[in-house]
Design a protein around this ligand. Structure first.
Ligand code: NAD
Ligand code: 022
Ligand code: ZN
Length: 374
């Protein structure tokens, strides 16, 4: 079949809207009509050419929602007409990682996904004789895409595509980092570094978990009102306080011994210097710092071993530690029940033809999330 897509033809070039050829689903695969897709930082990271693993030409996009229109042989968990969210972290429930219950990083299709092809080693996308790469196993910048069955989550058909697409990455990552990775408890003292589309979802996750103190840290004062909207209790602009670590430690002093430091901190910037600040702003003995931000290729983090010897814990999270087929439908239900907010974070809704504008808005820091509606 033919489908309309935004094609990444080469690194550093704007996406080109064109018709591409799409082969139907093979064994264990599903054909999905994508109804809406968010634009996220990794799409930009790859398109810019900064991602050493980036492949071209490709169809980017990994934050979508749509409807199953066809299924290949052997598919049992979804059928035509089901509403689904594509998963860049699949859940096969059979590989050693899934069975371990200790990680969400399913390995069933990991190698081929990284090579931009389906699990059988081939691509479904082409323009004439030229093959196009899939991206993060999703390729949601195409009106129709093919996905492995284990990489789709079946969700409530009443949920609006133009909002729940964000659950395909940002919402689940932020809320999941709090619930699955940090396992934040009621009454906790917390700090969130970077109040973009991820940090704001961490804040709403912390509010859900019952954290007492939710400090937002951002170099942009415009983010104060954004943080407050989702439950932030304090705001700190590191540019205005000198050294941010002692400032935060002081702000979080409590108990008879008056030792400061947060129980949980979250890096949502991808800046390795901020990652160090987030770790060192943790409470001695038990403070945990969760790295969510993805740093540039080749970047390294540093701290003194003393920070860890005295009980601080550094952790990282991918897709908020969520097991996609199990957890994503629950988050959609939370949204439908009014337990979490999504609508105010979607600051721009665009047509596919305007997708490059979405990248510009992200670059200029003018959007929290832009969503393309097909
Ligand atoms: P964003 O650009 O919308 O937000 C980043 C925020 O950080 C901005 O508000 C910016 O002002 C602030 N900031 C920049 N420098 C700062 C500093 N020195 N101190 C404090 N704040 C600072 O980005 P986003 O969409 O929220 O994504 C954040 C990061 O999360 C990205 O690196 C993204 O790739 C990553 N991410 C990771 C996962 C995962 O599974 N681990 C999933 C999605 C996104
Ligand atoms: C999504 N991300 C950033 C913004 N939006 C993002 C990027 C990378 C990961 C998670 C989220 C990530 C963390 C750890 C891994 N990835 C490796 C997983 C593994 O090896 O099992 C990651 C993922 C997918 C891809 C590359 C890296 C890919 O499909 N190319 C989950
Ligand atoms: Zn993303």
């Amino acid at each position: 079949m033919k489908t309309r897509a935004a094609v990444a033809t080469a690194a550093g070039k704007p996406l080109e809207i064109m018709e591409v050829d799409l082969d139907g689903p093979r064994d264990g695969e599903v054909l999905v009509e994508i109804k809406a897709t968010g634009i996220c930082h990794t799409d930009e990271f790859t398109l810019s050419g900064a991602d050493p693993e980036g492949l071209f030409p490709a169809i980017l996009g990994h934050e979508g929602a749509g409807v199953v229109v066809d299924v290949g042989r052997g598919v049992t968990s979804v059928k035509k007409g089901d509403h689904v969210i594509p998963l860049y972290t699949p859940e096969c429930r059979q590989c050693p990682s899934c069975l371990s219950r200790k990680t969400n990083l399913c390995t069933a299709i990991r190698a081929t996904q990284g090579q931009g092809v389906m699990p059988d080693g081939t691509s479904r996308f082409s323009i004439g004789k030229e093959k196009l790469h899939h991206y993060m196993g999703c390729s949601t910048f195409s009106n129709f895409t093919v996905l492995p069955e284990i990489a789709v989550a079946k969700v409530d058909p009443a949920a609006p595509f133009d909002k729940i697409c964000y659950i395909g990455c940002g919402v689940t990552t932020g809320i999941g980092a709090v619930i699955n990775t940090a396992k934040v408890e009621e009454g906790a003292t917390t700090a969130v570094f970077g109040l973009g589309g991820i940090g704001l979802n961490v804040i709403q996750g912390l509010k859900l978990a019952g954290a007492d103190m939710i400090i937002g840290v951002d170099v942009n004062n415009d983010k104060k009102k954004w943080g407050e909207r989702f439950g932030m209790t304090h705001f700190v602009n590191p540019k205005e306080v000198g050294d941010v670590v002692p400032h935060l430690v002081n702000l979080t002093k409590r108990g008879a011994d008056q030792i400061g430091g947060a129980d949980y901190t979250f890096d949502c910037t991808g800046n390795v210097n901020v990652m160090r600040q987030a770790l060192e702003a943790c409470h001695r003995g038990w403070g945990q710092s969760i790295i969510i931000g993805v740093a540039g290729a080749g970047q390294e983090i540093a701290t003194r071993p003393f920070q860890l010897v005295t009980g601080r814990v550094w952790k990282g999270t991918a897709f908020g530690g969520a097991r996609g087929r199990t957890d994503v439908p629950k988050i959609v239900d939370w949204y439908m029940a009014g337990k979490i907010q999504i609508d105010p974070m979607i600051t721009h809704t665009l047509k596919l033809e305007e997708i490059n504008k979405g990248f510009d808005l992200m670059h200029e820091g003018k959007s929290i999330r832009s969503v393309v509606v097909y």
